[in-house]
Write a protein that binds this ligand. Structure first.
Ligand code: GLA
Length: 575
C-alpha cells in the first residue's frame, strides 16, 4: 500500500469539504471552483464535469507485482525469534534466493505475547528480540528490521484484526491472549512503520471470534496503515488473512483505499511442521496444495496490483516429492500468486532450490500484467488447460494439469487461448527452459499422472473489439470522467470467450492513483486502481479479466466512483 489520493482513505475529508463548499457557495459551479482552488493548493486534482481529455497512445502502466519472500509460520510456528529470523535472512542471500527475486522476510505469529505498557504500546520479550548491534535496546523490533534491511531485504510483521489473535488457539506452547490490534489500529500500524517494517499480515482469529465484519475492520486497518505511511513516509504492503471465509475477493481489492494489497482465499495448506518439536512428523499433502489452488481462483478480482493469496507455499516441506513441488510452484506461478516460501531456508535441497528459483517460472508469476491464470479447457477426468496472459502480445503461459491417476495426452487449441489459430505459434518448455518448435492450430503434450507440464506459447494475438467511452466512434481519443453520480457505462458489449480480457485505456494526470468500481452485468463490483498515467494527454492502460455473456452483444460494463475524482475512461477493448 502506498500513499494515494483523496479517492480512498481520505476520501471522506474531500466529501466533507465538498459539502461545506456546497453550503457556503449557493451554486454548484461556484462551489466546484472553490474546491478546485483548494485542491490545487493541496496538490490534488479535480476534473470539472463534462471536461474532455485527449488520449495519446495508451501505454501499459506498471503495477505492484505479487510479493516474493519467506514467512516464519510453516517452519517455525510460534518458536520464531531473532536467531531464527537472522539465520533465514542470511540463507536467503547465501542460497541465491534473493538474487532470484525473493525479498521479504516475514515474521508471523509468536513474535509478541500480547503485553502492552500503560500507554498501550506493544511490549516484546527482550530475550527473544535482543539488541543486535552496539547502541541498540533489547526488546526493540527495529533491531531485527535493521538487520534484515542491512542484507538488502525487506521485513514483514504480523498481527490480528481482533482483540485476541490466533495465539488463543496455539499450535505449540501456551495460550496467549490480547495478541491482536483491535482498539489500537492507529497506534500499532504506526509502530510497525516506525520500526521500519515493509509488509504487514493481519489475521482474523480475534475478528472471527468477536463476529466482526471483515470488510469494515480491514478498511479501518487500511486507513490506519495509510496514516502510518503518511506519518513516516514508509510504505507497508497490506496482507489480509481471513481465509476466504467472507469472500474477500468481492471487497478486498483496494479495501479502504489500499494501493497494494493481497488477501488469503483459503485456510492453511498445512499446520506448521517444526523440527524437533511436537508435530514434527506432520506432512504437507498434494491434495491440500491442489485444493488451495482451486479456492484461490478469482480472476475478476486480481488486477492492477491486487492479488488472490492461496497461502504460503509448502514447496520443500516434508510430504511432497520433487515432482509435486514443481507442480505446486507451477500452480502458484500460473496463478500470479504471492510466492512466500514456508520451508526452512537453511535446509533446502538442491532440487527444492532449483524449483523455487527457476527464472522462467518466476517470470510467469511476476509478469507485469498482474493477471491470474484461468482454466480455458478441461477434458474427461481431471485433464485441464490453464492459461495466463502475459505482457508480450501473443504470449501465454500454460499449465497442462493432469489430476488423474493415469498418464495422458493434453491438447491445447490456439483459439482457446484467444490467439489466432491460422498462424504459426512457437512453444517452449518453461521448466527445462527449452524451445520445442512451432505448431499450427493445436499442440499436445504427454503429462504424467498427478503432474503438470508448463509451457510458453507465442502466437498471434486474437482481435480485441474496442468500445470508445460515450459511444463515440471507434478510434475516438477523448475520455469520460467517472464521477460520483455519473458512472461511465459501456452497453452492447460482445465477447468471444466466457472469461474475457479487457484492456481499459484511461487518463489520470494526477500524481496518485485514482479508483473506480467496475460492475459487469449488474454483478458485484470490483474496485480498480488507475495509477498516474502522466500528463493531461497521456493515456495509460490496465488489463482486467471479466466473466462475460457470449450470447450476442449483451454485456453492460459500468464504472462508478463514490468519491471524486475518478479516472477518465477512454475506451475498453474486449476479447
Ligand atoms: C492462521 C493463518 C496462518 C498463520 C497462523 C498463525 O492460521 O492462516 O497463516 O498466520 O494463523 O497462528
Amino acid at each position: 500500500m502506498a500513499i494515494e489520493n483523496i479517492c480512498g482513505p481520505l476520501g471522506w475529508t474531500v466529501i466533507q469539504l465538498q459539502r461545506v463548499m456546497m453550503r457556503r457557495f449557493r451554486n454548484r459551479r461556484a462551489a466546484q471552483i472553490a474546491l478546485a482552488l483548494l485542491l490545487a493548493l493541496t496538490g490534488m486534482n479535480w476534473f470539472g464535469s463534462g471536461e474532455v481529455l485527449a488520449e495519446s497512445v495508451a501505454k501499459q502502466i506498471p503495477l505492484t507485482l505479487p510479493p516474493m519472500g519467506w514467512s516464519s509460520w510453516n517452519g517455525f510456528s510460534n518458536t520464531v525469534d531473532s536467531q531464527v529470523i537472522m539465520a533465514q535472512a542470511k540463507a536467503m542471500i547465501s542460497t541465491g534466493m534473493a538474487k532470484a527475486g525473493y525479498q521479504y522476510i516475514n515474521i508471523d505469529e509468536g513474535w509478541w505475547l500480547g503485553e502492552r505498557d500503560a500507554d498501550g504500546n506493544i511490549v516484546v520479550d527482550e530475550k527473544a528480540w535482543p539488541a543486535l548491534a552496539p547502541g541498540e535496546r533489547a526488546g526493540d523490533m527495529a533491531n531485527i528490521v535493521r538487520y534484515i534491511h542491512g542484507l538488502g531485504l525487506k521485513a514483514g510483521i504480523y498481527t490480528d484484526a481482533g482483540n485476541d489473535g490466533c495465539s488463543m488457539y496455539p499450535d505449540l506452547g501456551p495460550v496467549y491472549q490480547h495478541t491482536g490490534s483491535e482498539g489500537h489500529y492507529e497506534q500499532d500500524f504506526l509502530q510497525f512503520a516506525k520500526w521500519g517494517f515493509d509488509y504487514v499480515k493481519v489475521d482474523w482469529c480475534g475478528g472471527d471470534k468477536e463476529k466482526l465484519d471483515p470488510a469494515v475492520q480491514y478498511a479501518d486497518i487500511a486507513r490506519a496503515i495509510f496514516m502510518a505511511e503518511t506519518d513516516t513516509g514508509h510504505p507497508l504492503l497490506f496482507s489480509i488473512c481471513e481465509w476466504g471465509k467472507n469472500s474477500p475477493w468481492t471487497w478486498a481489492p483496494n479495501v479502504g483505499g489500499a494501493v497494494a494489497d493481497i488477501w488469503r482465499t483459503s485456510g492453511d495448506i498445512v499446520a506448521p511442521i517444526v523440527a524437533h518439536h511436537k508435530f514434527s512428523g506432520r506432512l504437507a499433502s498434494f491434495p491440500g496444495v491442489l485444493s488451495n489452488f482451486d479456492e484461490g481462483v478469482h480472476p475478476e478480482a486480481q488486477h492492477t496490483g491486487y492479488y488472490n493469496d492461496p497461502d504460503m507455499m509448502v514447496v520443500g516441506m516434508p510430504g511432497l516429492t520433487d515432482a509435486q513441488n514443481r507442480v505446486h510452484m507451477s500452480l502458484w506461478a500460473i496463478s500470479g500468486a504471492p510466492l512466500l516460501v514456508g520451508a526452512d531456508l537453511t535446509k533446502l535441497s538442491d532440487a527444492t532450490l532449483a524449483t523455487l528459483a527457476n527464472p522462467e517460472v518466476l517470470a510467469v508469476d511476476q509478469d507485469s500484467l498482474g493477471l491470474q491464470g484461468i482454466k480455458v479447457a478441461s477434458f474427461g477426468d481431471g485433464l485441464e488447460v490453464w492459461s495466463k496472459a502475459l505482457s508480450a502480445p501473443g504470449e501465454r503461459a500454460l499449465l497442462l494439469l493432469n489430476r488423474s491417476g493415469e498418464a495422458a495426452s493434453i491438447k491445447v487449441n490456439l483459439s482457446d487461448l484467444g490467439l489466432a489459430d491460422s498462424s504459426l505459434a512457437t512453444v517452449r518448455d518453461v521448466w527445462a527452459q527449452k524451445d520445442l518448435g512451432s505448431f499450427n492450430g493445436s499442440y499436445s503434450a504427454a503429462v504424467p499422472a498427478l503432474d503438470a507440464v508448463m509451457l510458453i506459447v507465442h502466437g498471434t494475438e486474437g482481435t480485441l473489439t474496442k468500445y470508445a467511452a460515450g459511444g463515440a466512434e471507434t478510434g475516438a481519443t477523448s475520455g469520460m470522467i467517472v464521477q460520483r453520480n455519473h458512472p461511465v457505462s459501456f452497453t452492447q458489449v460482445a465477447s468471444r470467450v466466457p472469461m474475457a480480457r479487457v484492456r481499459i485505456a484511461y487518463l489520470n494526470p494526477g500524481k496518485t492513483p485514482r479508483f473506480a468500481e467496475l460492475r459487469v452485468n449488474g454483478r458485484t463490483a470490483t474496485r480498480i486502481a488507475f495509477p498516474p498515467a502522466g500528463s493531461e494527454q497521456a493515456s495509460g492502460a490496465v488489463w482486467i479479466e471479466s466473466q462475460l455473456d457470449r450470447s450476442g452483444a449483451n454485456n453492460v460494463l459500468s464504472f462508478s466512483t463514490s468519491c471524486d475524482p475518478g479516472p477518465a475512461i477512454v475506451s475498453i477493448s474486449v476479447e
